[in-house]
Design a protein around this ligand. Structure first.
Ligand SMILES: C[S@@+](CC[C@H](N)C(=O)[O-])C[C@H]1O[C@@H](n2cnc3c(N)ncnc32)[C@H](O)[C@@H]1O
Length: 223
């Protein structure tokens, strides 16, 4: 049974409890990624996006709100999670546990918080599978927890659905991206300030070089 079938019914509550100390709702982190994606892609141009490891669709919902004209599809190995994806998404896109249901013409394939749930020896093949769903020139976009941030590691150690998680330092993703032939690889660190210091958040756009962000995003282009 896929691990997240066990967590799908309480996914949001569990996540909310794990991050409660930060003072932010889980939606803050989903919205952050959606906005970042629309900065990486052109928000005003139609884009077809695959949310790979979409879970219950939290990030897809945020993308739909941020870029309403985009086509959003989702893939996950957890059918129980997919069953909880809102109808606002499933009525317009394909949300499936069968990768063959999805075309190979996506402008972006996005993985948010997925890689640390995949065994290290299976990570390259998972990203290869994601790459197959991209059109040439499309972007593979991976958001991950940053193990170089001690607070992130502390949260992951206490989150019930992260009990088997193995965090990846950014060079591991960059190395896989290079191995599978992606070009123009870029890295940014994100999410620096908890809610209590949110007045400092406008500074984050100048801190993307600093390896202390709670999370990071790596982008590579399919040649
Ligand atoms: C922490 S959840 C993140 C869900 C969603 N991306 C989000 O940010 O809310 C991790 C998800 O990755 C999925 N997953 C784990 N291994 C996978 C794989 N090999 N292929 C696709 N999805 C996978 C799990 O089933 C789970 O839904």
């Amino acid at each position: 049974m896929p691990e997240f079938d066990r967590h799908s019914d309480r996914y949001l509550e569990t996540l909310q409890q794990a991050i409660a100390f930060s003072g932010d709702e889980a939606s803050y982190f989903a919205d952050y990624k959606a906005v970042k994606l629309t900065e990486i892609m052109d928000k005003n141009v139609f884009n077809k996006v695959l949310d790979f490891g979409c879970g219950i669709g939290s990030v897809s919902v945020a993308i739909q709100t941020t870029a309403p004209t985009w086509q959003i599809n989702g893939f996950d190995i957890s059918r129980d999670s997919l069953a909880r994806v809102p109808s606002s998404l499933t009525e317009k896109g394909i949300f499936t546990s069968n990768i063959e249901d999805l075309g190979s013409d996506h402008d972006a394939v996005l993985l948010t918080g997925v890689m640390h749930h995949i065994n290290p020896e299976e990570r390259r093949s998972a990203l290869d599978l994601a790459l197959d769903r991209l059109k040439p020139g499309g972007l593979l976009v991976v958001f991950e927890h940053n193990p170089w941030n001690p607070v992130t590691s502390w949260v992951v150690d206490r989150c019930p659905f992260d009990e088997n998680a193995i965090l990846l330092p950014p060079p591991e993703i960059v190395s896989i991206f290079q191995t599978i032939g992606l070009v123009n690889i870029k890295r940014q660190f994100i999410i620096f300030f908890p809610n209590i210091t949110k007045f400092l958040r406008p500074l984050e756009r100048w801190l993307t070089w600093c390896p202390l962000g709670a999370q990071y995003v790596i982008v590579g282009e399919k040649a």
